[in-house]
Structures are given as structure tokens and as C-alpha cells.
Ligand binder design. Structure first.
Ligand code: ADP
Length: 399
């Protein structure tokens, strides 16, 4: 079966068509500037680019162009839409309602809508993508895969904030966590690499990209994670602040006469690497600036190293030890400097890396030093394949 994976944002739509017999990606596409001038579709097949520039006023129009590109006589990969057996949609916030991926029906769509206040930037566009695909492909089964559902196994002491419980009871204010598909994927791969059942392992997974989150995965279950009710909490990120004393916000807002929205915009878009280094939100630029002697850039990087170390220590303490630490996503897979810095002075935990083995990029590798009790692994993440596999499983079960 061929499965289409859709990740719809407010003005963008990413898609991928996967042949599930071989798990091979047949085509990958990005539609940008939906609803604004300059809409553009870029599809890649076997490294070759096919670009379509045409007005796309909404997600329905974008979806039509996606199907046209996939079925295009010259640049397409299927002859008709009917060859697409199912669509898997990425949905950011599943709230407490969704503990697993689900086949999308009217009730599921309603629940995704109801969760929108918890993820106002993400759920509405995700839903627009679902609605558009349903309109264009009314007979194709669709599945929703949530960023949050993997973390629904967290106990209350991990997911509650220390605010009056009433806010949780009435408003569902709690930690949800994100990057669940990534943490799930790398934990399964870690178990395979170690040749042990996931149910026997205590893992700490570090998803470090533009957005970063850490997770404690105890015997296959997420028991804690660094992102919170929104993806703003945790370690310092590209443009997001990570943890901040909430009273700091009141102080800044009063001093600078800022509204709540303005303050949140600063925390989400102008903080993190960008805000501290003043150079860029991108780790490569920040590392380069630091190498050239930019002290603020170095401090921003050191803040990330320290943040990761703190979570590793905390999560090892919570799980009563750790069997493996996994690095994934853009920074985790690529920055040997980061892995080396984070894993320095971790012998007390029984963890050390081999600097030779660490000299690698984006490849599944065990970089532990000989004799390191705790294994340290690099595992490139693959969130798309998790969505495709869940979709196949659910659609297969339904048929
Ligand atoms: P997203 O969270 O948007 O999916 P990615 O997982 O692609 O992001 O990660 C993007 C981050 O990875 C950026 O900060 C980028 O600088 C960093 N990155 C990519 N390649 C390297 C590299 N070779 N060395 C250090 N950082 C890298």
C-alpha cells in the first residue's frame, strides 16, 4: 500500500508518499506561502525537483496541486489518486483525549478542534489539512498521529504544574510534551541496536533540533519530558527561551510596557540561541560565531549543554539509572561538539563516549567508550515513518 503523510502548517504543507511494501519514499514535497502571494510547490523525486508556482488561496487548493504533482505524467509517481491507500496526518496537540493514533472520523475532528486552545498555532492548520484532504480524497481513509500521545503515560507528579489543581481540572493545564513520534521512534531503534526488548530498558532521549525536548523512557513508557503544555518549556532552543522563572515575565512586561502577546512572542521567537547570541537561531551559525570568538554565542551553546546535562541527571535519578542516552534531530545527530561536551564528566553515571566514534554525522552509531556501562547512541529520527506505520496498522486493522 502507498501511504501519503501530510504535515499541514498555517501557510505550508509538507507531504511524503511512502511505498509501505518497502518503506521507500517515492516523493517528498513542500508547499509554501499558502494563502499569500507567491504560493509554491516543490516536489522531489529521486533527487529531482519539480516546481509549480501558482496561486493557492487555501489548503484545499494546495491539496489539489499536491495531488496533481503526485499524479503528473512526467514528474509524478502514481498514475491516479486511487493508488494512495491512506493518508496519515501529523497533529500536534491530542490533549488527554488521544493516547494513541486514531482513524479520523467526525468525532476525532471535533476533538482535535476542541484541543485547539491548547495549541492555537498548530491544531487549526493541522485540521485545515485534514479537511482539505477529506474534500479532495473523500474515499481515502485518514489517520491522525499526535505529537503528544506518546507522553500520555506520564504520571501526575510529572505532568502537573504546582498551581492550584483546579486549573488542571477545569482547564486541562498540564504538561503534555511534544516530539512524541520522534522519542518513540528512537527508543524503538535504541532497543533494536542494543538487542534488548524496549520493556527492559531505561532510556533518555534527546531530540535536539530547532525545537528541542528531552524524554525519560522507562521500560518503553514516557515517564517525563521537558516540553510542557506548549513547546516553550525545557532547554534553550533556536528561538524559544526554554525554562524561565514566570515572575521574570511580569518584571519585563512592567518595565518595558509589553502586553502578554508581545511577551510570548519574545519568548517564542526572539529568545533562545537567537536572543542570547544575537547571531542566529541556527546551531551551525552559532557554533561558527563561537569559534570566531563571539563570547555570547559560546554562552548560548554552553546554556544548551548545561540544560541537557541537567535533564540527563534528573531523568537518571527518576528512573533509578539509565541504560542508554540517545541523541537525535538536527543538532543531536550532527554536532559532535555538543555530544562531546554533554558527555564530558559523566563517568559518575557510568557513561563515557569514544571521541573517534563520535566523529560521525547523521548515522546510527554506538559512540560509547569501551566499558561504558551506559550506552550512548546517535539515532537519526524518522517521524514520517512512524506516521506511515501507524496509518498502515490502523487502516489495515479496519479493513
Ligand atoms: P526542526 O526542529 O525544525 O525539525 P532539525 O531537526 O532539522 O529542526 O534541526 C535543525 C538544527 O540542527 C539547526 O539548529 C541546525 O543548525 C542544526 N544542525 C544541522 N546540521 C548541523 C551540523 N552539521 N552541526 C551542528 N548543528 C547542525
Amino acid at each position: 500500500m502507498k501511504i501519503l503523510i501530510v504535515n499541514a502548517g498555517s501557510s505550508s504543507l509538507k507531504y511524503q508518499l511512502v511505498n509501505m511494501d518497502t518503506e521507500e519514499t517515492l516523493a517528498k514535497g513542500l508547499i509554501e506561502r499558502i494563502g499569500i502571494e507567491g504560493s509554491k510547490l516543490t516536489q522531489k523525486v529521486n533527487g529531482e525537483k519539480h516546481i509549480v508556482e501558482a496561486p493557492m488561496n487555501d489548503h484545499v487548493a494546495a491539496t489539489k496541486y499536491m495531488i496533481e504533482a503526485l499524479t503528473d505524467g512526467q514528474h509524478g509517481v502514481v498514475t491516479s489518486m486511487d493508488e494512495i491507500g491512506a493518508v496519515g496526518h501529523r497533529v500536534v496537540q491530542g490533549g488527554e483525549h488521544f493516547t494513541t493514533s486514531v482513524v479520523i472520523d467526525d468525532e476525532v475532528m471535533k476533538a482535535i478542534e476542541e484541543n485547539a486552545p491548547l495549541a492555537p498555532l498548530h491544531n487549526p492548520p493541522n485540521l485545515m489539512g485534514i479537511k482539505a484532504c477529506k474534500q479532495i480524497m473523500p474515499n481515502t481513509p485518514m489517520v491522525a498521529v499526535f505529537d503528544t500521545s506518546f507522553h500520555q503515560t506520564m504520571p501526575p507528579e510529572a505532568f502537573l504544574y504546582g498551581v492550584p489543581l483546579d486549573y488542571y481540572r477545569r482547564l486541562r493545564v498540564r504538561r503534555y510534551g511534544f516530539h512524541g513520534t520522534s522519542h518513540r521512534y528512537v527508543s524503538q531503534r535504541a532497543a533494536a541496536m542494543l538487542g534488548k526488548p524496549l520493556e527492559e530498558l531505561r532510556l533518555i532521549t534527546c531530540h535536539l533540533g530547532n525545537g528541542s525536548s528531552m524524554a525519560a523512557i522507562d521500560h518503553g513508557k514516557s515517564v517525563d519530558t521537558s516540553m510542557g503544555m506548549t513547546p516553550l518549556e525545557g532547554v534553550i532552543m533556536g528561538t524559544r527561551s526554554g525554562n524561565v522563572d514566570p515572575a521574570v515575565l511580569q518584571f519585563i512586561m512592567n518595565s518595558e510596557h509589553l502586553s502578554v502577546d508581545e511577551m510570548l512572542d519574545i519568548l517564542n521567537k526572539k529568545s533562545g540561541f537567537l536572543g542570547i547570541s544575537g547571531v542566529s537561531s541556527d546551531m551551525r551559525d552559532v557554533e561558527e560565531a563561537a569559534e570566531q570568538g563571539n563570547k555570547d554565542a559560546q554562552i548560548s551553546i554552553d546554556m544548551l549543554y548545561r540544560g541537557i546535562k541537567k535533564y540527563i541527571g534528573a531523568y537518571a535519578a527518576i528512573m533509578g539509572g539509565v541504560d542508554a542516552i540517545v541523541f537525535t534531530a538536527g543538532i543531536g545527530e550532527n554536532s559532535k561538539e555538543l555530544r562531546e561536551a554533554v558527555m564530558t564528566n559523566m563517568e559518575f553515571l557510568g557513561a563515557s563516549i569514544d571521541t573517534e566514534k563520535n566523529n560521525v554525522r547523521g548515522k546510527e552509531t554506538d559512540i560509547s567508550a569501551p566499558g561504558s556501562k551506559v550506552k550512548v547512541l546517535i539515532i537519526p529520527t524518522d517521524e514520517e515513518i512512524v506516521i506511515a506505520r501507524d496509518t498502515l496498522e490502523l487502516v489495515g486493522n479496519k479493513a
